[in-house]
Design a protein around this ligand. Sequence first.
Ligand SMILES: *[C@@H]1O[C@H](CO)[C@@H](O)[C@H](O)[C@H]1NC(C)=O
Length: 364
Amino acid sequence: MGSFLFITTFILAVSFSVNSCPPSDRAALLAFRAALTEPYLGIFNSWTGSNCCVNWYGVSCDPSTARVADINLRGESEDPIFEKSGRSGYMTGTISPEICKLDRLANLVVADWKAISGEIPACITSLTSLRILDLVGNHLTGEIPAGIGNLQRLTVLNLADNAISGRIPSSIVNLAGLMHLDLSNNQLSGELPSDLGKLTMLSRALLSRNQLTGPIPASISAMNRLADLDLSLNRLSGSIPDQLGKMSVLSTFNVDSNSLSGQIPSNLLSNPGMGILNLSRNGFEGEIPNVFGSNSYFMVLDLSYNNLKGQVPASLSSAKYIGHLDLSHNHLCGSIPLGSPFDHLEASSFANNDCLCGNPLKTC
Ligand SMILES: *[C@@H]1O[C@H](CO)[C@@H](O)[C@H](O)[C@H]1NC(C)=O
């Protein structure tokens, strides 16, 4: 009996001193929870008891320090709690600045709750252990905190599908380890930082559906891991910097629905890694460079709704593959080349030009 009590006491003592979260972390989590309302799933019902490291839904701790390291709350999830209720997540309220007291937080994911509003607390820039900041799919307003560049360990910054406004802070270029940047579908305005190319670890830069103006920074060509660049549905102007065509791993480049002009850089079209290219709905002019070849492999090549003139380049017929080609709504003229890449294309790919002819349009 004596030894049983001793062991029980010992286990309790160990679990409270080493494995139990500090009362200050627990208090910060409860303050975070208090600013939110989650009416349908009851995910916060598990946030009870003194040890926030154990069985608190979406919370996990560093096992050696028992400090809160992750908050992972996703409104679109396979978790049984969602299946049981048969609906996706919905939450109102705001993200409390009390969360900034969790100064060992590495992952903060509060995603796809649709109606969480208010601003991103500026103090979040003091959470220097953060690696993932994912607040996608809420209704956050205000600006991206100016000090975001302090988060030196950040690898993922996803603020897409909110109502965030203002400029992209210039400090963002200091996020030296950033691999994934998604700011799509907000109300960001102003120009892209001209030194955006300092983000050399970046592999995806998704900035579509904002109100960004000014030029595409030539420095982007220094991002030698960038595979996916989406700047579509903004108000960008100027021409595409020539250097962008030389990027060795860039395979998806979407700048459709902007106010870009000038010629299409020929190396963009001859780049053998380029697989999805959408330049539709801009003011590109001049001829389509005749630079395609047996390395050309396009899932999408959409040049529609521009001011392109001249012929459909003859070299397109030597491309290995063209999945979706759209040259419609330009000022092209002459006969459409023959060849296997064209065999499956429909008239709509060539419609509304000045004087194109040949299969799949009328014979010349
Ligand atoms: C290219 O962009 C245009 C305009 O934003 C869009 O309508 C079109 O669907 C895109 N093309 C492809 C093949 O995705």
